[in-house]
Design a protein around this ligand. Structure first.
Ligand code: GN1
Ligand code: MG
Length: 352
């Protein structure tokens, strides 16, 4: 049953949906929150989540961001997600264990952690573009930075440098290869962080398995896992999608030979974005190839920092998992770097 008993969770659900009993089972994906599928005898109905307080110290602002965005994320070709109001008349319930929220389950839906199909890559691009299109005029000032500097690379490098000075000699030794990669790659990416670009409301975690697809038609329905909805740059969302779509291996694939950069999937992703009415500036479009290098890199830096800090941030299932994740992410970073020219051409053809 995961970390909470069946009884506990059913009691909690009473506050959202009184007088009904559900079957509740943990969904073990994600590195941050605790997530449960809530089923009635007729099938899945809701997704219940406990927001991780160590990562999100301001759960109320986080929920306010999500509620604001959901008002706009409702369209003919964008599936609406609804937050169930609690007995406190809020889109969440707070108890001694933290903040809980309940969302409607979208029937006939499925997620993919990886794909080799162009149609899935295309659909992912289409729905990410749709998300941005729908939020293009969002009132930026009303959104709170719930994790300040989430994708601020210079700050992440500082945190990494701090971790180096406090970690153990053993950890430092085992991370030598990754350390060298950061040293040689950061200078290539640092200029991107100084570009002047329009700020947008971003999803900030657009990996493929945060996109819901229709099981029967394979069209993309909407983005899920909305915790990191905050201000940001479009290349964050583009790069994060690319790192999980263009590579056909699983996010935790340790055989680096299986990590790929598939040009045809990249093309399909870009073509999907291009089906939306133009919403990107020329400056933003130019950042997308390097953005595809940037996102796996910053995730690798974060994973390595957490490894050096003794796994305080991400949930891990074994001691070296963060180091392994870092090496996997850096391997894709390198492969993306080798495809910079290809990406530029493709983006010029399809988006510019
Ligand atoms: C974390 O828990 P999950 O998978 O939604 C992380 C993302 C990373 C992701 C790595 C708030 O998200 O930034 O991309 O792990 N979220 C947070 O797969 O740190
Ligand atoms: Mg997430």
């Amino acid at each position: 049953m995961g970390r909470y008993s069946d009884n506990y969770l059913n009691h909690l659900l009473e506050c959202f949906i009184p007088d009904k009993t559900f079957r509740i089972s943990p969904i073990d994906i994600g590195f941050i929150n605790d997530t449960y599928l809530v089923e009635s005898p007729t099938g899945p109905e809701y997704v219940l989540q406990r927001i991780n307080p160590a990562v999100f110290s301001n759960a109320e602002a986080l929920m306010a961001n999500i509620s604001l965005a959901l008002q706009k994320l409702d369209n003919r070709d964008y599936q609406k997600i609804t937050l169930v109001q609690s007995c406190d008349n809020k889109p969440y319930f707070k108890d001694g264990k933290g903040y809980w929220r309940l969302m409607t389950y979208i029937p006939d839906s499925i997620t993919y952690s990886t794909t080799d199909k162009e149609q899935i890559a295309f659909e992912a691009g289409r729905i990410i573009g749709r998300f941005h299109h729908l939020l293009a005029n969002a009132p930026l000032k009303e959104y709170v930075d719930t994790i300040p500097d989430f994708h601020n690379l210079p700050k992440r490098i500082h945190q990494f440098e701090d971790a180096i000075t406090t970690t153990s000699a053993n950890k430092l030794k085992s991370a030598q290869k990754a350390l060298g990669f950061i040293e040689s790659t950061y200078p290539l990416l640092e200029p991107l962080t100084r570009e002047v670009l329009p700020m947008r409301i971003c999803h900030n975690d657009t990996k493929l398995n945060n996109i819901l697809f229709s099981k029967s038609t394979q069209t993309a329905l909407c983005l899920i896992d909305l915790d990191t909805i905050m201000k940001g740059y479009f290349y964050y969302d583009f790069g994060d999608a690319a790192r999980t779509i263009v590579n056909t291996a699983q996010e935790d694939e340790k055989n680096l030979e299986k990590i790929t950069f598939e040009p045809h999937l990249f093309k399909a992703l870009v073509a999907g974005i291009a089906t939306n009415d133009p919403f990107l500036s020329q400056e933003e479009i130019k950042t997308l190839p390097l953005g595809t290098v940037f996102m796996p890199f910053i995730h690798g830096v974060r994973a390595l920092t957490d490894y050096l800090n003794h796994n305080k941030y991400y949930k891990v299932s074994y001691e070296n998992q963060n180091l392994d994740r870092c090496l996997i992410l850096f391997d894709f970073t390198e492969k993306a770097l080798d495809h910079l020219h290809f990406m530029q051409e493709c983006i010029n053809n399809k988006l510019a």
